[in-house]
Design a protein around this ligand. Structure first.
Ligand SMILES: C[S@@+](CC[C@H](N)C(=O)[O-])C[C@H]1O[C@@H](n2cnc3c(N)ncnc32)[C@H](O)[C@@H]1O
Length: 327
């Protein structure tokens, strides 16, 4: 699922699927390269010898770009990968896919702005924490007037259905995150890795990352290193009592197995029992959170995430925050 191979046998399938379902129409370069890998026994052999979690297309392609390898033509790419395999392998083993997309805040904002303020935010799977600054970006929903400080990165979001387009920014008094490997926006090496994870053609996203990283670097968030299921309860205890506690995640739970997702959903129920008013905001691909999938009114449009509040689906969203369709 989402480019993460689940078994030893399906590596060629994973790369072909990624090319046709994820890269097609969004990144001609990655579509071409992944179709090439899917049909290349030698490269599949190298990648297939890595631990399962290290075989993802996004990870391989990001590592090659970090090291300055060619990502245009497949023949040049594969020759370079084979020749530089030791260096590529070292990066693959050391890093993981942690794409941090600030624009996802545009799909969270309609919910965040409507909650009792102020907010205390915990993002699980925060990467570098760029989604912890929904109050610092500028937003334009459809053709509405922009909302947010002039000069801040502008997040453009198409709207469909009766989206409760916010007319105010949320007031965030506490922002924290949990990640297995928190990235540090003040560390140029971490920011370079985040840049390498953005697909080659997506220049605008790279510019947004630079601008959002500067905002976060001016007031870095508190990021806890650890598994979200292990660290959540203790962190939640530290949230200021007068604020609405929001625990949120976007593009994270696909990395957990089914038991991990169930455990997280159960924890959110327990947390809401201990601290009434706590909000669970989930933005994940359909099917990733069974508790949400079971309440979907119909099939999600292809390539969309589901935004859910306390397990109840409220919108389909575009994965990088470019659009929201209210249910
Ligand atoms: C694709 S990134 C998404 C980052 C951010 N939420 C966003 O939308 O921009 C997924 C992040 O989840 C983290 N992650 C995956 N499994 C985790 C776990 N069990 N506990 C904590 N973090 C986890 C990864 O390290 C990575 O930084």
């Amino acid at each position: 699922m989402h480019g993460i191979p689940r078994t030893d046998e399906d590596l060629a399938h994973t790369y072909r699927d990624f090319a046709l379902r994820e890269a097609a129409g969004r990144s001609p370069a990655y579509e071409r390269l992944c179709l090439g890998v899917a049909a290349d026994a030698e490269v599949l052999g190298l990648v297939g010898a890595l631990p399962l979690a290290k075989r993802q297309p996004n990870l391989l392609l990001g590592a090659v770009r970090l090291l300055g390898g060619p990502v245009g033509d497949y023949a040049a790419f594969r020759d370079w990968v084979v020749a530089h395999w030791a260096a590529v392998r070292e990066q693959l083993l050391a890093r993981s896919t942690q794409t941090n997309e600030a624009a996802r805040c545009a799909t969270l904002l309609p919910v965040l702005a409507a909650l009792p303020q102020p907010l205390a935010l915990i993002e699980v799977g925060a990467s570098a924490g760029l989604c912890l600054y929904p109050d610092r970006y500028r937003y334009r929903y459809g053709d509405r007037a922009p909302l947010g400080p002039a000069g801040a990165p502008l997040l453009e979001c198409s709207v469909d259905g009766s989206v409760p387009v916010p007319d105010r920014l949320p007031q965030v008094v506490w922002r924290t995150g949990i990640d297995l490997n928190p990235l540090d926006v003040t560390d140029p090496d971490d920011v370079r890795w985040l840049q390498s994870l953005i697909w080659p053609e997506h220049t605008e996203r790279r510019e947004r990352l630079t601008a959002a990283a500067a905002i976060a670097a001016a007031e870095p968030p508190l990021l806890v290193r650890g598994d979200l299921n292990e660290s959540l309860a203790r962190l939640a205890e530290q949230a200021p009592a007068e604020a609405t506690l929001v625990v949120f995640h976007t593009a994270v739970l696909a990395y957990l197995d089914a038991a991990g997702v169930d455990r997280f959903a159960a924890q959110m129920g327990e947390l809401a029992g201990r601290r009434p008013g706590t909000v669970w905001l989930s933005n994940e691909a359909p099917g990733v959170v069974p508790q949400v999938a079971a309440r979907l009114p119909g099939e999600a449009p292809p390539g969309r995430f589901v935004l859910a509040v306390d397990g109840r689906p409220v919108a389909f969203t575009m994965p990088h925050g470019q659009g929201v369709a209210w249910l």
